[in-house]
Ligand binder design. Structure first.
Ligand code: SF4
Length: 198
């Protein structure tokens, strides 16, 4: 299927309409479609947050600032779809649970769309697996807990680098695992630079 049709169909997807209507925010589906043929870096993330849902653009929040900082890229580079594909495990904001955290990405989304989209991105040189859902999908049995998977990042480098979610909720995790900033992040920055080099 041509990528343009795939993007059109994905943009119009309403499979989770009833599921989202039953959440506290009662929002409708709004798939955030952010990839183009030729992209060389894949950000396999979890699902858009409420701000991304409102703004129609992924990672427009403090998590996005932290992720760009980890990667060592500016906003123009990060949002250049012809270079960076942002393909989450679900393309719509899933809503909140009773504690106010984002609900998990609906599994039907990856089942319906993910394989076809990844097939349209043959030039990916580096894949960043953000959080447990993307790690499980892409690494299968190799992904245990996020902490273990990220701690074993060297097993998957240089083509794949697993990361925790850049949310403020993980600030304590980052402090508890100082190797993340001292060992992993310098390699991440260098791999991102290589992957995006002409
Ligand atoms: S989350 Fe995925 S499957 Fe569900 S409505 Fe959005 S695009 Fe469709």
């Amino acid at each position: 299927m041509p990528i343009s049709k795939l993007k059109r169909d994905l943009s119009a997807c309403t499979i989770c309409k009833d599921r989202f209507a039953a959440t506290r925010t009662r929002h409708g589906p709004r798939p955030i479609v952010w990839f183009d043929k030729g992209a060389r870096l894949l950000i396999a993330s979890q699902a858009p947050g409420a701000r991304a849902h409102d703004g129609g653009r992924p990672f427009i929040d403090p998590s996005g600032n932290r992720l760009r900082d980890w990667m060592g890229v500016d906003g123009d580079t990060f949002y250049d779809r012809s270079r960076v594909a942002i393909v989450p495990m679900a393309f719509c904001f899933p809503g909140y649970n009773a504690q106010g955290s984002d609900l998990p990405p609906p599994p039907v989304c990856a089942k319906t769309w993910r394989a076809d989209i990844l097939e349209q991105l043959p030039d990916i040189r580096l894949t960043l697996l953000i959080g447990g859902y993307a790690q499980k999908y892409h690494l299968g049995g190799d992904a245990t807990s996020v902490t273990d998977t990220v701690a074993r990042w060297r097993d998957h480098a240089p083509a794949i680098i697993p990361l925790p979610h850049p949310s403020w909720r993980n600030t304590a995790w980052i402090k508890r695992n100082p190797w993340f900033e001292t060992e992993l992040l310098p390699v991440l920055k260098s791999r991102v630079k290589e992957a995006l080099a002409p």
